[in-house]
Design a binder for this molecule. Structure first.
Ligand code: UDP
Length: 384
């Protein structure tokens, strides 16, 4: 009998996500490959999810993400209500071999609190582990609850108690990596792309200033807070402009965006996103934070576009300096590296993606971790 995994994607967005949705995208990439490898997947998500699974469960009909704009005391029950549904489901049956959880903080705390009669749990950490020091610093999941990171660098930032629960890391993957080395080369344009949420950690202000100074065309793609289109952002009122990412845009990025040399195209999706990235001469990641996982990095490689970045977080694990991109510790060097990136072979980027970042590779690695977590947990004590 094969493994049955309850995959907890959480209550925030449907899977696959309707637009921007990092965690939900990872789940949508992972589940089909797990099922292809013989794993039964029970998907815990919202009712509107369309991802194929062997079974689904949900507490909410639709994604609850828009509620996160409301005050904490009005929304703090949402993740708990979803987790309540997961716990009830797991307690009511004896065929769940493992819960693979992706719900920040609440998933880990609730599943750890289930006690010895709960199933083994693997909780994937998708975020910066400097967050939640009170939760992570005192975590006690016994032998039953384990965590994994999405890069080795990310785990070095974890408090000791969290690291003690770690079974390692699994790099992110992209469906674009499948046969990436067999796709025909795309003709390169002059433009450089920054792909990601407009956010101080992602450093779009650095990119925009650099483009104006060094004189190269720059395209910024990604949402500003909840706004995906320039018209929507332009219509936002004073209250909405207090969103931290909107303030970052207004104060530090927008002054350098002239619509000619530096353009913001909003969130791009599907073919448009792939064409924009594949035809760029480089993608730029002028990071000011320790990027934990970097889906956009592996997507760029899969599309045959070299990565130029500050060497922070997972970047040195995903990009080989001189072969698939160029990395530096010094922000001021990025413009020179963009010039030098014309020497990086796009085919080599695609080959690397096909070798390392396919969904199948990610799924095989998770199956290894599921086995490891189950053997560390020992036999499950079922409640009588
Ligand atoms: N993305 C997109 N359109 C955009 C900007 C970003 O589809 O205009 C996608 C990008 O391709 C990637 C994800 O959003 O799949 C961002 O994930 P990443 O891990 O790079 O960053 P995060 O936002 O999770 O920190």
């Amino acid at each position: 009998m094969g493994l049955t995994v309850l995959m907890n994607a959480g209550p925030w967005l449907s899977v696959p996500p309707p637009g921007y949705g990092g965690i939900e995208n990872v789940v949508a990439t992972l589940v089909p490959e797990l099922r292809r490898l013989g794993v039964r997947v029970v998907l815990a998500s919202v009712g509107s999810s369309t991802l194929a699974a062997d079974e689904r469960l949900s507490v909410f009909a639709d994604g609850q993400f828009p509620s996160l704009q409301r005050p904490y005391n009005q929304v703090c029950g949402i993740a708990q209500a979803h987790l309540g549904g997961v716990v009830r489901a797991v307690r009511g049956r004896d065929d769940i071999d493992l819960v693979h959880d992706h719900v920040e903080a609440v998933g880990l705390a609730t599943l750890a609190a289930m006690g010895a009669d709960g199933p083994p749990v693997l909780h994937t950490l998708h975020w910066d582990l400097g967050k939640h020091p009170d939760l992570y610093g005192q975590l006690d999941g016994g032998n039953r609850v384990r965590v994994n990171g999405v890069s080795a660098a990310q785990l070095t930032r974890a408090p000791a108690a969290l690291r003690a629960h770690s079974v390692g890391h699994v790099h992110l993957a992209t469906p674009l990596a499948v046969d990436a080395d067999r796709r025909p080369a795309v003709e390169k344009g002059e433009h450089v792309v920054v792909l990601g949420r407009i956010n101080p950690g992602k450093g779009q202000d650095v990119a925009a200033r650099l483009a104006q100074r060094a004189g190269f065309p720059l395209v910024l793609a990604g949402p500003v807070g909840p706004y995906h289109r320039p018209e929507e952002l332009a219509a936002a009122d004073g209250q909405a402009r207090q969103n931290p990412d909107v303030r970052y845009w207004d104060e530090r990025v927008a002054p350098h965006v002239d619509g000619v040399r530096v353009r913001w195209v909003g969130t791009v999706a599907g073919r448009d996103r792939d064409d924009l990235v594949a035809s760029a001469r480089a993608t730029l990641f002028p990071l000011r934070w320790e990027e934990p996982g970097g889906t956009a990095v592996v997507e760029s490689l899969a599309l045959g576009t070299p990565v130029v970045a500050t060497a922070r977080g997972c970047l040195p694990e995903l990009v080989t300096h001189g072969r698939t991109g160029l990395l530096t510790d010094d922000e001021d060097e990025l413009a020179d590296l963009l010039v030098a990136s014309s020497l990086i072979d796009p085919d080599e980027c695609r080959r690397e993606a096909a070798r390392r970042f396919t969904p199948a590779i990610m799924a095989e690695r998770y199956i290894e971790l599921y086995d490891r977590v189950r053997s560390l947990a020992g036999p499950v004590l079922r409640a009588a």
